[in-house]
Design a protein around this ligand. Structure first.
Ligand SMILES: [Zn+2]
Length: 276
């Protein structure tokens, strides 16, 4: 699971090359390489969708049912495909019914859009429970259908419009926000699943990359995470690797606890605390 010294050495050298061989960032190269290799020692991607690929509709098959209330088009009206990311038209899903949208999803979408706009201007914007649920709904919409049975509690939590009742269920939840100019490129949603079931890291992690930001949230209340038997869960950070030159070193992460403002702090320290 942990990368070897040799693996880190190669990846750090690769970063130094992509920085144009400029000096003075050796420690950062090493840290970034170790962070990223550690993440990919624990996780592999299971779903990825570009936000720029034009019309993509998920779950548009003949036997579809709503992922949240399990009703079929014979039982409830579904309407047009519903966007996965609030404010972005595609990808969309055909597996969320019109009643679920009206009852609880549309208000979550509005709250998420407010959160995202504020986040663009203030990196320490608190993550509200409603915005967190909106991202969880997106993760539930893109995950392979075979995994949904591990998330029955999460589905019930997301579709409960009363957020005040939810606080105790997600103690310790947090998200990470990465910011860099190069994160304007290739906007996408990606879902990562842990490689080893006994590994004390969250089973699924959802990433949304757009508008110069990338947000990382673990999907809470997974039944598979209950098998960890109270072992403390480690939240692993990413190290954005796509930048070059100045942009490369400008990438940084801020941790946002749920609904709580945080003080400004250097990203390196935060990321290493999470990774250790
Ligand atoms: Zn429904």
């Amino acid at each position: 699971m942990r990368p070897s010294y040799h693996e880190i050495q190669i990846a750090a050298y690769d970063r130094w090359e992509r920085r144009g061989h400029s000096h003075g960032g050796d420690a950062n190269d090493w840290f970034d390489a170790e962070t990223e290799l550690t993440f990919f020692g624990h996780y592999r991607p299971i779903a990825e969708h570009s936000l720029d690929a034009g019309r993509v509709v998920l779950g548009d098959g003949p036997h579809r049912r709503c992922r949240f209330c399990e009703r079929t088009p014979r039982q409830v009206d579904f309407g047009d495909p519903r966007p996965i990311v609030p404010g972005r038209r595609w990808p969309a899903t055909a597996e969320i019914c019109g009643e679920c949208r009206g009852d609880w999803l549309d208000p979550l979408d509005q709250e998420f859009r407010r959160f995202w706009e504020r986040l663009a201007n203030d990196p320490h914007t608190p993550l509200s429970i409603a915005a967190f649920k909106a991202m969880a709904a997106g993760a539930l919409a893109v995950m392979p259908a075979g995994l949904l049975s591990d998330f029955v509690d999460a589905i019930e939590w997301v579709s409960n419009p009363d957020h005040d009742l939810d606080d105790q269920l997600i103690v310790g939840a947090e998200c990470l926000v990465y910011r860099a100019g190069f994160l304007h490129q290739d906007p996408a949603v990606t879902l990562y699943r842990r490689v080893d079931d006994d590994d004390p890291v969250p089973y699924l992690i959802y990433f949304l990359r757009a508008d110069g930001m990338m947000i990382q949230v673990p999907l809470p209340m997974c039944l598979r995470d209950e098998d960890l038997d109270g072992r403390s869960v480690v939240h692993l950070a990413r190290s954005p690797i796509w930048g070059t030159g100045f942009e490369y070193s400008a990438a940084h992460a801020v941790r946002l606890p749920l609904g709580v403002s945080v003080r400004r702090a250097p990203s390196r320290r935060i990321a290493s605390a999470i990774a250790s």
